[in-house]
Design a protein around this ligand. Structure first.
Ligand code: FBP
Length: 324
């Protein structure tokens, strides 16, 4: 089975970007090991601190964030990093060619129950002029040059795109190498599987409520087929399932907080997952437009997410627009 760097060279990825992705896989092995240690290494549970998102930080969140910062900023091609866990950006090599945004440990509410979590990353080109400014990160997702995640589950998997389709690698624990296990991932156009946090039903827009209600009606309703539901409560795991066997994943608009109607973060979750899904033949929308077309105004801004199998996302959007 092919290893990571030869695969990237086959795809004519430039050496500087190969070095950045190689650095991310080094981080992945470290974090995978710590996730596997759990209580043995005293890394379960929460700290007393809150992150910039106003969430109580998990010890492993903090550890993964520090590891990624330390190791990525050692790479001479990394100009700066932005993290879901950090208020501002952190500068590296001031003429580095790339910017890296990451969610160090997605699905952190799953850590203590030994369920799936992951690291999500997005690589953007840095501008020609040297220096590290937060505005440099405010680029639409369509500018990404690499995007992906590492899933820490029964297997540790590295999944990414550099614009040449989606590839999946599995960490071979016997040799400590990521080996290529899926070369050209494609998402089925139709599906009978959806993922949403149903407990938020009363907070959704009427179109989203009708869409989900008709899924639940199954054969007895206007969709004339039965649907099944899944929710891992870790976007990285729910999207991995969509990439693996199709489906629709959504975290939609929500009426609870007028000033914060969305949960998921554009730079660290929305953009990288949207590009993966599009590269695998699916669709990724906010409910009001393509996620990758959003011009960001803040590195911590949030967005609606509706992604997955092309036909099902299209149908969901028709319900939202009231045309279904
Ligand atoms: P973080 O864990 O990085 O904060 O991510 C948010 C997240 O855990 C997503 O991975 C997941 O899809 C969602 O929140 C789960 O939300 P809920 O707790 O409402 O089910």
């Amino acid at each position: 089975m092919q290893r990571l760097i030869p695969t990237l060279r086959n795809d004519q990825v430039d050496e500087a970007l190969i070095s950045v992705i190689n650095t991310l896989q080094i981080c992945a092995k470290e974090i995978s090991f710590r996730c596997g240690q759990g209580k043995l290494a005293g890394v379960l549970g929460s700290t007393l601190d809150e992150n910039i998102q106003g969430e109580t930080q998990k010890k492993l969140d903090v550890l993964a964030n520090q590891l990624l910062k330390d190791i990525l900023l050692e790479c001479k091609h990394v100009r700066a990093v932005a993290s879901e866990e950090e208020e501002g950006i952190v500068g590296g090599t001031l003429d580095g060619r790339y910017l890296v945004a990451f969610d160090p440990l997605d699905g952190s509410s799953n850590i203590d129950i030994n369920s799936m979590v992951g690291t999500i990353f997005s690589v953007l080109p840095a501008p020609a002029e040297p220096g590290a400014e937060v505005d440099m990160f405010l680029q639409p997702g369509s500018n990404q040059v690499a995007a992906g995640y590492i899933l820490y589950g029964p297997r540790t998997m590295l999944v990414f795109t550099t614009g040449k389709g989606v590839k999946m690698f599995t960490l071979d624990q016997t040799v400590g190498e990521f080996l290529l296990t899926e070369a050209d991932v494609t998402i089925a156009e139709t599906t009978t599987e959806f993922a949403i946090n149903m407990s938020n039903h009363r907070h959704w827009q009427p179109g989203m409520r009708r869409y989900i209600d008709d899924l639940l009606l199954g054969k007895a309703g206007p969709r004339n087929k039965d649907f099944n539901m899944r929710w891992v409560a870790a976007m990285v795991a729910d999207v991995h399932r969509v990439l693996t066997r199709g489906g629709l994943f959504t975290y939609p608009w929500d009426s609870r907080k007028a000033n914060k109607p969305f949960k998921l973060r554009l730079m660290y979750e929305g953009n990288p997952m949207a590009w993966l899904v599009e590269q695998a033949g699916g669709l990724a929308d906010t409910g009001e437009g393509r996620i990758l077309d959003i011009q960001p105004t803040d590195i911590h801004q949030r967005c609606g997410v509706i992604l997955g199998s092309r036909d099902e996302v299209t149908t969901c959007l028709q319900y939202l627009k009231g045309s279904q």
